[in-house]
Design a protein around this ligand. Structure first.
Ligand SMILES: Cc1cc2nc3c(=O)[nH]c(=O)nc-3n(C[C@H](O)[C@H](O)[C@H](O)COP(=O)(O)OP(=O)(O)OC[C@H]3O[C@@H](n4cnc5c(N)ncnc54)[C@H](O)[C@@H]3O)c2cc1C
Length: 414
């Protein structure tokens, strides 16, 4: 009988356990598959993910394009995604009665719109496949004994013996320590997917206002700026929304080093050149000669925001468009094309929040998700130095790594 232990009852751990148990059954291999979970509950992040709806994956079935959504891991994930990608995830859930549907921006959710559907699917599949889930089993230490098997020490003092082990402990500091003790390197850790703290009159009193097509540029210590496009949201604390979360992921380590102080330029309408903004405003002037500037403005902007723009440009709100000078149009265009803000820190705003950094990717065989340092040891999910931008990419990393490991964990270690 093979003993397979998965450390961590989160997204990666559950997906791995189910698949390895189903595979073992299919191949007629007698195996005992256990999930050891430190806390009193399973799948905690899955439950709260995507605002309680669980953004399971992203509707993007082209592997190379999918890989580009990972600030860390993009090169290494090419091979794993060629084995199991978003389309396979959709199929996997479909075969277990869960339909994933894509929203306009590509994010995929269960059609019931609740993460409970995913949790129910996992718990039922795990039970059916005979996976044993042990709660309140915090793993303190993993080591190999003289016969090459793993000894897993639980906080209670209990020792569990396993033929192969997966560490799927997410961003837990303890998990990184387990990997370190087995000879692995942990790369520099930094939060990723966070909002920016900004205090500026331009966005004061406007929380909740969103801009569908913004482009943002982040300048840190005179280095080449980071750029992102997408919806932007004004919050009570500053700026958030997909474009900010994504840029925070690309700049996660640089922002940490800069103590979260940076300059941000926002192109509110996302137009490609300042001339396009100038032309738009010239047209408004032509058509709205007799109207006050406060009443005629680009249709994609809210009036509350436009009033801030004209205030910043020092133009009286009741001035008629006919009296607006070319210089004033230039100033308005500059504000709309590149309002500059000082980023004063980071904060979380009901966001997806992941860790950048983890087990060094050069130490993993991505064909199998097995350690190159310690045969029989596998990794999947956030414990690795892999993180994606917002949109379902972090879960897909967990599903893919776990699925691949599950094809290999009951074979003899390399
Ligand atoms: C608020 C929020 C919303 C999110 N929404 C999304 C989303 O919609 N889409 C998306 O793609 N990603 C989302 N993410 C990211 C996603 O949740 C993670 O990338 C994913 O959960 C990682 O899976 P994992 O299994 O590696 O880690 P986790 O899901 O964190 O699971 C790790 C498990 O290991 C256990 N553990 C830790 N140490 C030990 C130990 N020593 N012994 C035993 N057990 C241990 C932990 O208790 C935990 O249960 C979100 C994250 C957050 C915080």
């Amino acid at each position: 009988m093979l003993n397979i232990v998965i450390v961590g009852g989160g997204a990666a751990g559950f997906f791995a356990a189910i698949n390895v148990a189903e595979n073992a059954k299919l191949k007629g291999l007698p195996a005992c598959i256990q999930i050891l979970e430190s806390s009193g509950s399973i799948l905690k992040k899955v439950r709260i993910s995507g605002g309680g709806r669980c953004n399971v994956t992203h509707h993007l079935y082209e592997v190379r394009a999918f890989c580009e959504r990972y600030p860390r891991g993009s090169k290494e994930l090419n091979s794993p995604f060629s084995q199991f990608q978003a389309q396979d995830t959709v199929e996997w859930f479909k075969n277990r009665g869960v339909n994933l549907v894509a929203e306009q921006d590509g994010r995929m959710f269960p059609d019931t719109n609740t993460s409970e559907t995913i949790i129910d699917c996992f718990t039922q599949a795990a039970e059916k496949a005979g996976v044993e889930v042990k709660l309140n089993h915090k793993v303190n230490m993993i080591q190999k004994n003289s016969s090459g098997r793993f000894e897993i020490q639980i906080q209670s003092g209990e020792i569990i013996i396993a033929d192969s082990v997966m560490i799927a402990t997410g961003s837990s500091a303890f998990g990184y320590q387990l990997a370190k003790n087995l000879g692995h390197t942990i790369t520099e850790l930094a939060p990723s997917l966070f909002s920016f703290k900004i205090t500026d009159n331009m966005i004061a009193e406007l929380p909740g206002l969103s801009f569908e097509k913004s482009e943002v540029k982040l300048f840190i210590d005179n280095k080449k700026p980071f750029k992102e496009k997408g919806p932007l949201l004004i919050t009570h604390w500053g700026l958030s929304g997909p474009s900010i979360l994504k840029i925070s992921a690309w700049a996660a380590r640089e922002m940490l080093h800069a103590n979260y102080l940076a300059k941000l330029k926002v192109n509110w309408m996302g137009l490609d050149r300042i001339e396009s903004v100038l032309n738009l405003l010239q047209k408004l002037k032509l058509n709205g000669q007799k109207s006050q500037i406060q009443n005629i403005y680009p249709e994609e902007l809210a009036k509350r925001f436009w009033l801030k723009v004209i205030e910043k440009a020092n133009i009286p709100a009741d001035k008629r468009w006919a009296d607006i000078s070319n210089k004033e149009i230039q100033t308005l265009s500059e504000i709309l094309f590149a309002t500059e803000f000082n980023v004063l820190g980071k904060n979380r705003y009901k966001d997806e929040f992941v860790e950048c950094g983890g087990v060094s990717l050069s130490e993993i065989n991505f064909q199998k998700m097995e350690s190159k340092i310690c045969p029989g040891l596998y990794f999947a999910g956030e414990v690795l130095d892999v993180d994606g931008i917002t949109g379902g990419f972090n879960f897909q990393n967990a599903w893919t790594g776990s699925w691949i490991a599950a094809q290999n964990m009951f074979l003899s270690p390399t």
